[in-house]
Design a protein around this ligand. Structure first.
Ligand SMILES: [Zn+2]
Length: 385
């Protein structure tokens, strides 16, 4: 069992501080995991990512299975050695990526059959194969293969996917041959509270090291997401880490921490950086907009990241206009710093017993800015990686 210790509890919310011990070091929770889909946080040196305060990276089993393949990871001693990242890595199971390819796969009780986008060969991603590949990759925290459906699909469809996810979770647990690697189950059930309850009750009877809340940010509204996250978190055992998968605007994180969620990942800070969008203390800034062309201001006067200490909006705008790779790199550094700083502030507030007040003040400020400033549609929020 993965050692997880709750070290402090907020006084006026369910937010908590914890330490999670893995094969590659200890993680302070709540934590945000930058997404390194193909064993890279696009454009950044892992040392930079670690220096900013990232403690765990997320990598995608589906992409790494296809290229460079599990045999290479076995040979070089795992993903950490391969990519120059000494810390822990969480691997997803590939379920979400398979779900995102509706035209190119068939899902049966065995698993998902799909054609490789690299060499056109057919693959079967079964629960057992996913665990085998995650062990080969050298994952510290592995995820069970789950069947994802649109969270707003009809009840029969959501139930069928949830029940299959439960059967696959038990197959994944039985397939794990390296017990030092943690294995998390995934609570499914769409936006239906009764199904979420049933899913949590089933999965928590088994010896998983942690529990994820899956299947959100795929068609649901923010209100539905918050309600289901809070309900699911409440149904999960206090002595195991809770991980909200793939969900993550800053307000989503703040709300979920109020509900007692410990771990997060999301492509938004890095994906949006590559599209020229920065998260700042006064809302989102689209650096490619004309008003940035002549601006001597920094991206975010309240930010202490290397980008904000050294470069003007005009320079960043210029880099994007010229399609220079330094532009997205500098925005990625800023956006990740913004997220990691938010988590650091949250941990400090939880430790002081003042998280509920901190989160409410922060949520009010963000909502005020987001409603007056630039907003992004749901397509950007649910982009698969
Ligand atoms: Zn910054």
């Amino acid at each position: 069992m993965l050692p997880f210790v709750v070290t402090a509890q907020d006084t006026a919310s369910r937010a908590r501080l914890g330490t999670l011990s893995t094969l590659h070091g200890t993680v302070q929770t709540p934590t945000f995991m930058p997404v390194g889909t193909r064993a890279t946080v696009t454009g950044l040196d892992p040392a930079e990512v670690g220096h900013m305060g990232a403690q765990v990276l997320l990598a995608n089993t589906y992409h790494l299975l296809l290229r460079p393949g599990p045999e290479l990871f076995r040979r070089v001693g795992g993903i950490g050695a391969f990519m120059g990242w000494p810390g822990p890595v969480l691997t997803d199971s590939g379920g979400y990526q398979i779900f995102s390819l509706p035209e190119q796969r068939t899902i049966t009780e065995d698993g998902a059959r799909f054609r490789s986008y690299v060499d056109q060969r057919m693959h079967l991603l079964s629960p057992e194969r996913s665990i085998e590949v995650q062990q080969a990759i050298g994952s510290d925290i592995m995820m069970v293969l789950d069947e994802c459906v649109d969270s707003t699909a009809d009840e029969a469809r959501v139930r069928a996917a949830m029940e299959r996810t439960h059967r696959w979770a038990l197959r994944s647990l039985a397939a794990r041959s390296e017990p030092d690697r943690a294995l998390f189950a995934i609570v499914q059930g769409g936006v239906n509270p009764l199904l979420r309850r049933e899913s949590a009750e089933f999965l928590t009877q088994h010896a998983f090291d942690g529990f994820a809340i899956g299947g959100l940010a795929v068609g649901d509204t923010r209100a539905e997401r918050e309600r289901i996250t809070a309900l699911s978190a409440q149904l999960l055992p206090a002595d195991r880490p809770r991980y909200l998968m793939g969900v993550g605007t800053p307000p989503d994180l703040l709300q979920a921490m109020l509900a007692g969620v410990d771990m997060f990942d999301c492509v938004l800070p890095t994906h949006l950086a590559w599209q020229g969008t920065a998260f700042t203390s006064t809302g989102r800034v689209k650096i490619t907009r004309a008003e940035c062309a002549e601006s001597d201001a920094v991206l975010d006067a309240a930010c202490s990241c290397t980008t904000c200490r050294r470069f003007s909006r005009a320079y960043l705008h210029h880099l994007f206009q010229c399609r220079e790779p330094l532009g997205p790199r500098l925005l990625s550094l800023h956006n990740l710093h913004h997220y990691l700083q938010l988590m650091l502030e949250a941990r400090t507030a939880i430790g002081a017993g003042t998280y509920a007040a901190y989160a409410r003040a922060k949520l009010d400020a963000i909502d005020r800015h987001e409603h007056s400033g630039h907003r992004l549609g749901p397509s950007a929020e649910s982009a698969p990686s």
